[in-house]
Design a protein around this ligand. Structure first.
Ligand SMILES: [Zn+2]
Ligand SMILES: [Zn+2]
Length: 146
């Protein structure tokens, strides 16, 4: 059931003879409910702390602020189901900040085309012994600072 537009005339839950514009209904209800002090109270399905007259429940669930909150949360939850693209930071080049450190600057080649010295390169298409040699060289060149 679609919500009435603000200026749509809706009938008062207490008295169908009361035709009130929807956006003013809550004002009318404040006055009108006083004539029905013994009306059964029920709790709002969206927030159990909302005690409303059973007669008003229909109106209340349509205008309950908690319902809007719930709708917004549903929307946010929906968004969370979208795939999240994680940005991966490149590995930090630890030597960059330590040009005065001999152990570092001697092994660091400032050539952007080359990988930082602390990354052990994989040699593709090499024989196992060549790969091992390349790996050992990379390890030999790799000088951890700590
Ligand atoms: Zn009324
Ligand atoms: Zn409510």
């Amino acid at each position: 059931m679609a919500d009435p537009s603000p200026h749509q005339m809706v009938s008062c839950p207490y008295n169908k003879a009361h035709q009130i514009e929807h956006y003013r209904m809550h004002i009318h209800l404040q006055k009108c409910r006083k004539q029905y002090p013994n009306c059964k109270k029920v709790s709002c399905p969206f927030d159990s702390t909302h005690m409303v007259n059973e007669m008003e429940l229909d109106h209340h669930v349509r205008t309950c602020p908690k319902r809007e909150l719930l709708d917004q949360q549903m929307y946010i939850i929906d968004n969370d189901h979208r795939p999240v693209v994680e940005l991966q930071q490149p590995p930090p080049i630890r030597c960059e900040e330590n040009w005065d450190d001999d152990a570092c600057s001697s092994s660091y080649v400032p050539d952007p085309a080359k990988m930082p010295s602390h990354i052990i390169k994989k040699v593709k298409g090499a024989t196992p012994s060549e790969r091992r040699k390349a790996r050992m060289e990379a390890i030999a060149n790799f000088k951890p600072r700590e």
